[in-house]
Write a protein that binds this ligand. Structure first.
Ligand SMILES: O=C(O)c1ccccc1NCC(=O)[C@H](O)[C@H](O)COP(=O)(O)O
Length: 258
């Protein structure tokens, strides 16, 4: 059983619980459209999706004691374009309360980074103030991904559609994803390789599709390398959470796109 299989098995239980208890609108913070696509497609610097990541299966504890609202404010002040909040509890120690706190603290679009397998999680993400949700190609069959994609778009939320190989890229195209996240981390082995983005991005029309490279970024050289592939945004978790000088970290990673 891979780690993704284990996470998805837990998600099934969480969704069953949610269906029994969650009332739509219960946590509504007032939806206001904040578009990831528009802001990153028209920027002149590499867009940064800065993540609130307390822990992970590959690294264990990263920063469990973080104050998500304070951390998000620092991200915003230093140049983040989007805040990603990992809300899975069993494997990443995040919560929906983290997302709500971040939504109240900043004006940026917020990505609800979770393992979405059911519409009810999308209802909840919207209620809590997310403007982007993650769909992982490896998690579900194409037909189910299409349903969840359509459902999310009907709410006017953005979908970051995550892929890791050619087969998943074909699915992203068939589904009509306009924001594709290429995860450099192999979720079976945890190996991180930026060549994954280089290999897959060359088969994407990056003038129309926003390509985000995910995982493994810590240096300016890595971002300079990846920008040659037409990538307009990067998703950065651990480096942000461990940084003791966020201004320096953002200044390094927000390279000009021209
Ligand atoms: O990070 C993990 O160990 C992980 C394991 C299994 C599924 C997903 C996982 N990470 C989620 C992410 O996509 C990353 O948090 C994100 O891309 C940021 O990565 P990094 O900058 O390397 O922390």
């Amino acid at each position: 059983m891979t780690i993704l299989d284990k996470i998805l098995a837990e998600k099934e239980k969480e969704v069953a619980q949610l269906k029994a208890t969650y009332q739509q609108g219960q946590h509504q913070v007032g939806f206001e459209r904040r578009s990831l696509y528009d802001s990153f497609m028209h920027a002149d610097k590499m867009g940064i999706i800065a993540e609130i990541k307390r822990a992970s299966p590959s690294k264990g504890t990263i920063n469990e004691a973080v104050n998500p609202a304070e951390q998000a404010k620092h991200y915003e002040e230093n140049g983040a374009g989007v805040i990603s909040v990992l809300t899975d509890t069993p494997f990443f120690k995040g919560t929906m309360a983290d997302l709500k706190a971040v939504r109240k603290a900043v004006k940026l679009p917020i990505l609800n980074k979770d393992f979405i397998i059911d519409e009810i999680q999308i209802d909840r993400a919207k209620d809590y103030g997310a403007s982007v949700i993650l769909l992982i190609a490896a998690a579900l069959p194409k037909e189910r991904l299409q349903q969840l994609f359509n459902y999310t778009r009907s709410y006017d939320l953005d979908v970051l559609f995550e892929i890791h190989n050619e087969k998943e890229l074909a699915v992203a195209k068939e589904i009509g994803a306009n924001i594709i996240g290429i995860n450099n981390r192999n979720l079976k082995t945890f190996e991180v390789d930026l060549a994954t983005t280089e290999r897959l991005a060359k088969d994407i029309d990056t003038t129309r599709t926003l390509v985000i490279s995910e995982s493994g970024f810590s240096t300016k050289e890595e971002v300079e390398r990846i920008k040659q592939s037409g990538v307009r945004g990067i998703l950065v978790g651990e480096t942000m959470m461990r940084s003791d000088d966020l201004k320096k970290t953002f200044d390094e990673l927000r390279v000009p796109l021209s």
